[in-house]
Design a protein around this ligand. Sequence first.
Ligand code: FAD
Length: 288
Amino acid sequence: MKEILVIGAGAAGIMAALAAAEAGARVYLFEKNDIVGKKMGITGKGRCNLTNSCSMADFIAHTPGHGKFLYSAYEQFTNQDLLDKLHTWGLATKEERGGRIFPQSDSAIEVRKLFYRKLCQKGVDLHLSDAVHAVKAWGSRMVVSAASGNYESDACIITTGGMSYPVTGSTGDGYGFARSLGHSVTELKPSLIPFTTEETWPHTLSGLSLRNVEASLWKRGKKAASHFGEMLFTHFGVSGPIILMLSTEAAHKKSCAFPMQLRIDLKPALSKEKLDARLRRDFEKYIR
Ligand SMILES: Cc1cc2nc3c(=O)[nH]c(=O)nc-3n(C[C@H](O)[C@H](O)[C@H](O)COP(=O)(O)OP(=O)(O)OC[C@H]3O[C@@H](n4cnc5c(N)ncnc54)[C@H](O)[C@@H]3O)c2cc1C
């Protein structure tokens, strides 16, 4: 029987461990936290946006950078495959605006608990509160050094996540493991993040949320990227869906890399003339 070591029990590690166990391997899953899927429990504002009903081509188009590398993975496991699996396991789901799919219960914790039950049912050997600190290749065998001791296996899957929300356990350990095994790690860039503004006046508007506005990034007098929709002011700058989308472009597109200027058009659907006419009309109407 093949032995597989999986490091990190987030969404990726849990799915990898379950797939390996279903294929007949003996699986050991190491997690530094005392529960599996800690980050999963806070996703989708506590509701866990499981997937989207859009086409695989749309998933790739919306992936920042070079989404095409996901073609083969998506060909083997689609959004529908995930839903079929979750439904078979007894999780009811619902579709909301924009094709977003959530558990019927609106509870990310329910999803986390379901995955935990499945890991137990499939006989995955769970090592909770057992942080891994080194991974080595020993001929054709892999050796993992964890807090509880050294473990040998036929293969090792590193699913330690990125570096966002380190309080959930994702502190970027996997990059070091991959480097120590001879892999190259590309430059790390933040994505889907709010902006801190140099000016302090936006902080005074903290809590104000705007709809149907256009936010755009400008560099050397040129518009480099723009999005239309919702945004909000925070105590440090700006956030909300269109700002998060712009942050991804700022991280990946040279044409709008930091430092850049952010402009907000509060009435993007109106021409200057129409806006001027509307303001004049409002002044006349409310002058008394
Ligand atoms: C606030 C927020 C909301 C989000 N909402 C959604 C959403 O609604 N829908 C969605 O699809 N995505 C959402 N995401 C993104 C999603 O959470 C991540 O894409 C996903 O968690 C990545 O899964 P992962 O398994 O790769 O990594 P992680 O979930 O980060 O899991 C990695 C695991 O590895 C463990 N680990 C790390 N190092 C070690 C070590 N040395 N030894 C042992 N264990 C280790 C960590 O403790 C962690 O449990 C959200 C992210 C955030 C921050």
